[in-house]
Every structure is written in structure tokens, then in C-alpha cells.
Design a protein around this ligand. Structure first.
Ligand SMILES: CC(C)(COP(=O)(O)OP(=O)(O)OC[C@H]1O[C@@H](n2cnc3c(N)ncnc32)[C@H](O)[C@@H]1OP(=O)(O)O)[C@@H](O)C(=O)NCCC(=O)NCCS
Length: 195
């Protein structure tokens, strides 16, 4: 998993082997991989958190994830299923594998008792090229073909998620996103209460 992350994410953002081990120890159900012939080619991580964490002052990646480990941040009864990251090996991209990972995570989360929201803090990955544009405008700006300017935002927002809020200084080391994260949310259909 760490190998895939190293080849998918910028070095300063990749999840380490030690962090993956800690995540698997605390919440194995949220850690997903795609394999081909026994080789891991895509990874995706999630944890559960309490709703109040989202309204508790300044939010940043390290606080939300206990420095990427989930050890003290994962709450087994948390109402919010938080997608942390998805990475696909470069030679396996553009095959809908990333989409499949997120779709499986979302379906899984929708089936969990007590989960009311499914969210992710995602990266406006091309903002560094447009940083003279206000971020509020950038995250909504579309090209002539109707796609969002940002491919990672498009990955989520053109596939069923909605934009919730924009967070400066979420990950200052994410130079491409200029430290910003965009909170996105996938809908959770109301459960049938049954008779
Ligand atoms: C984002 C990522 C997971 C997409 O994986 P993938 O398997 O290629 O994605 P899919 O084939 O399911 O979907 C393709 C979509 O991904 C997005 N995408 C494609 N290339 C991308 C890139 N270089 N950077 C970001 N997003 C990209 C586009 O929205 C694309 O949509 P399109 O097919 O309509 O053009 C993959 O590019 C990756 O690992 N990126 C690095 C890590 C990262 O930034 N993760 C996302 C933040 S949580």
C-alpha cells in the first residue's frame, strides 16, 4: 500500500508503511486495495469521525487523522465516514479504478449503521497554476467542454459529490493545492425505517 502511495502522491503527502500499519490496526474495514495478480495497484483509506470534529475550529489534515495514523482520530461510532485518500499506480490510471475504489467505499459506508455523512477533504491539485484566481472561483470554474478546471475536484464533483466548504492551510506541504483542501460530500440516502 505504501508503495502504491509513494508512486501516486507527491513524496511529502504519501502515506508511509508505518501509517498504513496503524490505520489497519485501528480500522481495517476502512482500508481498501485493488489487486491484479496478487499485486496491489490501487489503495483507498477511510476512518469514522464524530460530526463535532468538523465544527471544532481550524481543521487540518494532521489533527483530523492523528498525523495520518487514525489511532486517536478514528471513532468506531462516528457519524461521519471520512474518505482520506485514493491512489492509483500511474500505469493503471484512466481505467476507472479510482472511481471504483471510491464507489465501493461510498457503498460500504452507506450500509454502516450510524453513518449519516460521507465526506472527504480533497485536493484542488492544479490551483498552483491559477493561484491569482480566488479559490472560491477556481473550485467552480469549468472549461469550454463543461468540465471542472481541476481534475481531482472533477473526479468527485462530476460523479455525485457536492462541494461543502474550502479550507486554507489544511496541508501546507501540498504545494500544488497551495495548502488548500475542499470538503466534498457524497449523499447518504435516507434509510427505510421498516415496520
Ligand atoms: C485521482 C486518481 C486516484 C484517479 O485515478 P484513476 O483510476 O485514473 O481515475 P478514473 O479512471 O477512475 O477516473 C478518471 C478521472 O480522474 C481524474 N483524473 C485523471 N487524471 C488525473 C490526474 N492526473 N490528477 C487528478 N485527477 C485526475 C479525472 O477527473 C478523470 O476523469 P475523466 O476520466 O472523465 O477524464 C489518480 O489520478 C491518482 O492516484 N492521483 C494521485 C493521488 C491523488 O491526488 N488522489 C486524489 C486525492 S484524494
Amino acid at each position: 500500500m505504501a508503495h502504491v502511495d509513494r508512486l501516486s502522491w507527491p513524496a511529502e503527502l504519501a502515506t508511509t508503511e508505518e501509517q498504513f500499519r496503524a490505520r489497519i490496526a485501528v480500522y481495517p474495514e476502512g482500508q481498501w486495495v485493488a489487486e491484479e495478480n496478487g499485486r496491489i495497484v490501487a489503495v483507498s483509506s477511510a476512518q469514522r469521525i464524530s460530526e463535532r470534529v468538523l465544527h471544532n475550529g481550524h481543521i487540518d489534515h494532521n489533527r483530523l487523522t492523528d498525523f495520518g495514523r487514525f489511532t486517536r482520530s478514528h471513532d468506531p461510532k462516528g457519524e461521519v465516514y471520512q474518505l482520506i485518500g485514493v491512489g492509483v499506480l500511474p500505469e493503471y490510471r484512466w481505467m476507472q479504478l479510482g472511481r471504483l475504489m471510491i464507489d465501493h467505499q461510498v457503498e460500504f459506508a452507506r450500509g454502516l449503521a450510524g453513518v449519516r455523512r460521507i465526506v472527504g477533504f480533497t485536493r484542488p491539485v492544479r490551483y498552483y497554476r491559477y493561484s491569482e484566481m480566488p479559490i472560491e472561483e477556481y473550485v467552480r470554474r469549468r472549461t469550454e467542454t463543461g468540465r471542472l478546471l481541476d481534475p481531482v475536484l472533477s473526479f468527485h464533483l462530476d460523479s455525485g459529490a457536492r462541494l461543502v466548504s474550502i479550507h486554507p492551510n489544511f496541508r501546507p506541504e501540498d504545494h500544488k493545492a497551495c495548502g488548500y483542501a475542499v470538503l466534498i460530500e457524497y449523499p447518504v440516502p435516507k434509510r427505510e425505517t421498516g415496520a
